[in-house]
Write a protein that binds this ligand. Sequence first.
Ligand code: 5GP
Length: 190
Amino acid sequence: MTPAVPGLTFHMEMGPMSECEKRLLFSSDEIARHVERLAREISEDYQDGDVVIVGILKGVFIFLADLVRQLTIPVEIDFVRLASYGSGTTSSGTVRLTHDVELNLAGRDILIVEDIVDSGITLTFLREHLLSRRPRSLRICALVDKGERRSVKVDLDYVGLHLDKGFVVGYGLDCKECYRYLPAIYELIL
Ligand code: 5GP
């Protein structure tokens, strides 16, 4: 028999929901409140800006989409793709740029938008890389600031949520490419 919603049947029978236990950490309402606050702060700070938002794929795609739709200032948007985690839950310690920004950044106000900061290695690498494009300014916005394993000091200008430790999924964040579609953020019980 053809299921009414084939994708749903797939997830129920053999999808990621059955792979790991998870615990709700941040509900979609709580996330939305913080995204709204961040959008307000950013819009106020960049009244006279020439802003290019640089999102870090893939994890940022839902956060960035929600954030930019609440900004009250014009922005341009570009993306980078960085590889540091592979398919595991701990950093490899090295970062590789696999897709670079295409917009011209010289003399402009860059706002890096990241899903979650852990060791700080990814953002430090990207910050240095983008500074070489000679922007007028560069700031960083992160949805989640996870403190436990910070090994490189990185100044975050806008932070949505704080987390001590744990590996989280949902709202764009994955574990081996699963869970990105979940509307809230969960801690995986590994
Ligand atoms: P960092 O270089 O700061 O150690 O790691 C940043 C990147 O690692 C994030 O962009 C994200 O891709 C990944 N990461 C770090 N912590 C988590 C986590 O708790 N969950 C998920 N899904 N990814 C994480």
